[in-house]
Design a binder for this molecule. Sequence first.
Ligand code: BTN
Length: 334
Amino acid sequence: MSMSLRTILFVNERILETLRTDGPVSGEELGKEFGISRTAIWKYVRELRCAGYQIESSPSKGYTFVSAPDILFSGVIKSDLETHIFGQQVIYHEEVHSTQDIAKTLASQGAVEGTIVTTEIQTGGRGRIGRAWKSLPESVCFSIILRPDIQPPEALKLPLIAGVAVAQAIQRVTNLSPKLKWPNDIFLQDRKVGGILTEMSAEMDRLDWVIVGIGLNVNAPRESFSDEISEIATSLRIENSNPVPRVKLLQTLLAELEMLYVEFREYGFEQIREKWKVLSNTVGEQVVISSSAGEMAGLAVDIDSDGALIIRTEDGSLEKIIAGDVRLRRISDR
Ligand code: BTN
């Protein structure tokens, strides 16, 4: 009898779960548990090894789980996840045009909050303001579906919340100290290491869904950046000098994001705004904002309770910025 791909994946995940939780298990015991032969179990284990799992076998003990591959697929991410909502559903594709597109389709079909779409390669990654997002090898690229019970203008706060989560996750997994550029760029040593794209479907007074897409340059070596790009962009590995475990980083990021999201729902934005300001490389800087309305220069003085950037222009007036591209003069003028 031929088994569907879904059944094969299901059995693989169950074998892994059993090996991880129960320690060494013989092929015979596994076979009994899943109602298949020892030879069939051996074939599944061979498949798992091909996918990068390290599973030892010995005639006396049976199969022992050693380690999982550092690949963003469902079974790997879901094991050891600290969350209750985020990442409980993981849709993994080896290569996609953009994880945002897949997440949007899933969201409009009713996918549950916290569903994530991950990939190894994006061929048409999107950035903010209609820009392209080039996915480098060994990045962390994913989109998460949110269904927050907030008014559409409040959605401006979500990328800031995600920015704090990304920065905190990087701090937890590495010794690096990332900074946030308003509204949602992640910086290390004055170079961009990641970005966040937020897209949504809304009615006048209600959000249907929000997709937060996060792209982080994780283990890309210096050679993968052109001379021009390496002036403005970097990867965690370049700054950390060691490879960064991507699965651990994504799991930590989901945990940080879920904690902040729950905090936002229960207590509002105020505490998160304070955290954002501590992580900011924007407040206190001379900036130039480009938007469809043109350019505006001034001193970034605050992030207000709506998540907007407040700048003091040369004539002393305060302007509230809710969209646009921010250039830090300290970096762009050097
Ligand atoms: C930016 O810096 O302008 C935002 C970049 C966001 C990139 C991520 S990667 C995962 C998700 N899929 C996309 O196509 N874009 C976002």
